[in-house]
Design a protein around this ligand. Structure first.
Ligand SMILES: [Zn+2]
Ligand SMILES: [Zn+2]
Length: 378
């Protein structure tokens, strides 16, 4: 084992540090050195363990006193490694995290896993659902098939069709051992090895799950997708993930929504954008055109002298606002087509038109092209 650092140094504290200072310092350091926060740093786990060990020792008045007296050379109990700071107060890193940060899931489960005591929560499941823009606008329902690990329905998760209460743990699934040490009485709780933590001894193994108590099956769920949902948003169905260990909750189901692009309508937040092309003559003389909206076709009037990039706003014809009242707007952006292939006759007509035109023909076009476009996208 490498040389141990001084616990006070590890936590950046003086030997006079108060309980609150120890807690505060550990909390701050544990956050920044947590392995899940430093996925590319192989040393992070080691540092984190060192921090936690230091905290376990210094946060307990008895073990702190022993450390102050003996340093790292304090006589050990029979435990596998390090300080006997465990027991009920500290079931492991995981419990410390839960006590401090409330939500262990925000740190993922990669770091805490096999080593942690106590039943662990079931894993989360993720699926993706593709919907159209119109379905996003009006809301929709979808059936999703999710592969999940569940309790075997034949044996109720016990693993056997006939079983009896474990005599070693009395059905609790865990055993407590009390040990005398220099630091006083240490109480440790560990999963019962006789029954594997289940609390029951199997007499006749279940054939359906081959004694595991778990089966993986495809579950069909009907999902309600709310109106106004945006591409990439995730819905959470609480408890619809993998089943947890006995006494622990199931994981969650996360549904990522993919909204496919629409040919006619482009989404811009709660607004929609439609590109309307008119030719140069229609733009100059004005016209009426039909445009697609979420609620069917709608007429718009193109005023004489409409410029490229001009935008018509149809109030309330956009997307519904998610969890709010009302809807965004439909912005119709006018694109003006300029002729590219002219016959001899057309060319002559245009030349005649140009000869008859002056500066005033193009007056009052209202701002630059870019100013007009800027109004479209916020
Ligand atoms: Zn079974
Ligand atoms: Zn047992």
């Amino acid at each position: 084992m490498a040389t141990k650092h001084d616990y006070y140094e590890v936590l950046g504290l003086s030997r006079e540090a108060s309980e609150a200072e120890i807690k505060k310092s550990y909390r701050r350091l544990a956050r920044s050195h947590h392995p899940d926060a430093n996925p590319n740093d192989p040393g992070a786990e080691e540092r984190f363990k060192e921090l936690t060990e230091a905290y376990e020792v210094l946060s307990n008045a008895d073990s702190r006193r022993a450390y102050d007296t003996y340093g790292h050379q304090v006589p050990r109990g029979g435990g596998a490694g390090g300080y006997p700071g465990g027991g009920e107060q500290f079931g492991g890193f995981e419990d410390i995290f839960e006590a401090f940060f409330g939500d262990r899931s925000s740190f993922g489960s990669s770091f805490f896993g096999s080593g942690s005591r106590g039943p662990s929560r079931g894993g989360d499941v993720e699926v993706e659902v593709d919907i159209s823009l119109r379905e996003a606008a009006f809301g929709t329902e979808r059936e999703v098939n999710v592969q999940v690990v569940k309790n075997c329905s034949v044996c109720d998760g016990v693993g056997g069709t006939e079983s009896h209460t474990c005599g070693t743990c009395g059905g609790a699934g865990a055993v407590r051992s009390v040990r005398e040490s220099i630091l006083g009485q240490m109480v440790t709780t560990q999963p019962c090895s006789a029954c594997g933590g289940r609390g029951r001894i199997i007499d006749v193994s279940c054939e359906n799950c081959r004694g595991s108590g778990r089966i993986s099956e495809i579950e069909t769920r009907n999902l309600r997708i709310p109106e106004g949902i945006e591409d990439g948003m995730r819905l959470r169905v609480s408890g619809a993930g993998h089943v947890g260990e006995a006494g622990a909750p199931s994981g969650d189901l996360y549904v990522t929504i993919k909204v496919s692009e629409d040919e006619d309508l482009m989404r811009d937040g709660e607004d929609l954008v439609h590109r309307l092309t008119v030719n140069v003559v229609e733009a100059a003389l004005g016209t009426e055109r039909e445009i697609p909206t979420l609620n069917g076709a709608s007429e718009v009037r193109i005023e004489p002298g409409t410029q490229p990039g001009a935008t018509l706003r149809l109030r309330g014809e956009g997307m519904p606002r998610l969890r709010r009242r009302g809807r965004g707007d439909l912005k119709v952006v006018v694109d003006v087509l300029v002729p590219t292939r002219l016959s001899e006759e057309q060319r002559e007509l245009l030349e005649k038109f140009d000869a008859a035109s002056g500066h005033e023909t193009y007056n009052g076009t209202g701002g630059s092209f870019f100013d007009r476009l800027r109004g479209v996208f916020r």
